[in-house]
Design a protein around this ligand. Structure first.
Ligand code: FES
Length: 60
């Protein structure tokens, strides 16, 4: 399922980058090569990070 339709980033893409060490939406966006877009995906990216890494207090 797509998380970011502006850049074609999927939930699996986000999970792969979180597994590789990304711990914030900024980290994920950089790892995916995402440029500025509409920003509507940020909350979903943060939710995925918190699901996978609940120890991360603030995923933004
Ligand atoms: S949906 Fe991700 S920047 Fe628009």
């Amino acid at each position: 399922m797509y998380v970011c339709v502006c850049h074609g980033v999927t939930e699996d893409d986000v999970r792969d980058h979180v597994t590789a060490g990304a711990c914030s939406a900024k980290d994920v966006r950089a790892a995916c090569g995402m440029r500025p877009g509409c920003g509507s995906c940020v909350n979903r990216i943060c939710a995925l990070i918190k699901e996978q890494r609940p120890e991360v207090a603030s995923a933004a």
